[in-house]
Design a protein around this ligand. Sequence first.
Ligand code: MG
Length: 305
Amino acid sequence: MKSKKITVLVVDDDPAALETIAELLVEANYRVLTAPGGRRALEILQQQTGIDLIVSDLMMPEMDGIALTKEIRGMGSHIPIIVITGFATIELAVETMKAGAADFITRPFNNEQIKITIEKVLENQRLQKLAGEREFYKQLSNHDEMTGLANYRSCHETLGKETERASRYTRPLSIMMIDIDNFKCCNDTYGHLAGDAAMMQIAGLIKKQTRTSDCVARYGGEEFMVILPETPIDEASMVAERIREAIEQHPFVSEEGAPIASLSVTIGLSSIPDRAATKKDLIRTADIALYKGKTSGKNKVVVFE
Ligand SMILES: [Mg+2]
C-alpha cells in the first residue's frame, strides 16, 4: 500500500530560493505547496487542510518568519514550522523557536541537511502525538469513564498498596463500600440519562466530603468504594455519615436540569488492623456491613463488628 504523501508548505519571498527548496522536496517525494510571503501562507493554511509541515524563510518583507509563526500558533495550529536563516540572523531564529517554531536551518544549507531536519521534526511530532495518546489511554484505563473516579481495576491496585503499607507500618486504614439505594427505580422512572446524571452528582458529593489523600472509586454499577489511608474507623464513620447526609439532602437533577427524586446511600465500613488483616478480608467485612445496612432499612452507615 502506498502511504499518503507528506505535504509541506514552503514560504519564501525570493522566487529562486522558493523554487530550489520546492524542487528538492518534490524530489524527496513530498507534496509541496508554495507561498511568496506570510500573508499568502496564512491564506493557504485557512483554505487547505492536511498540511503537515511549514518551511519558511525568516527574513521576508511585510511579514517575517517570527510574525508568521506567531500568527500560525495564534490560530491554534500545531503544524511544525522550520525556519531558514542566514548566520547573521541566527538570534532571530532562536527567537522564532521561542515563538513556536520546531527547528531552524542556516543558509547555505545542503539538500541532505534540509531533508534530515524535516524528517527529524516530523518524527518528533509523531512521538509527541504517541505519548499524548498513551497518556490518554492510561487515563481511560485507570478511570471510570462516566464519573472520572478511579475504576475497579485501579481501586484494587490502590487498595493492595495501602493494605500492604498499613500492615507493614501498623497504621490504620479504613474503607467504605457505598451503594445507592433503589437506584433501579430512578433509572426506570426518569430514564438512564437522568440516572447517569444522578450517578455523577453522587460521585461529586462523595469526592467533596473526602480528602485528596483518599481514593474514591466507582466499584461497580451503582457502588463506590472509598479508601481512607491513615484513618481509624471512628473517623471514617464520621466521613461516611457526612456523605450519607450530603446525598440525602441533595436536590438531584436530570441531565437537562429538571428535578428528579431524592436519593440515598447505604454505607458499610471496615478497617485494618482491628477488623481485618488482609485486603480480601477488608472488602469482605465492609461488604457484610453494607449488606446489614441494606437489610435493615437502607440510608444508613454500618460499621462491621
Ligand atoms: Mg528572504
